[in-house]
Design a protein around this ligand. Structure first.
Ligand code: CU
Length: 73
């Protein structure tokens, strides 16, 4: 029920992959950026290509207490 790590710094152009290692579904969602992984069930992955600089605060849409930050440098 948490993103590990919950803060990650990457470079522009990097591909970032989230994998659900939990047994309940989760998502990677940042509405203002149009980021939406859809529901990721156990073992499923989703990849985002970081194309613009900045900090992206994201949540799990299914469990909004789950927060993460992706820093694109
Ligand atoms: Cu979740």
């Amino acid at each position: 029920m948490k993103f590990v790590p919950d803060r990650l710094e990457v470079a522009v152009g990097d591909r970032v992959t989230w994998t659900n290692r939990d047994f309940v579904p989760h998502s990677v969602t940042a509405k203002e950026r149009g980021i939406e992984s859809g529901d990721l069930t156990e073992g499923k992955s989703w990849t985002y290509v970081a194309r613009t600089r900045g900090e992206i605060a994201y949540i799990c849409r299914l469990h909004p207490v789950m927060h993460g930050t992706l820093v694109v440098k």
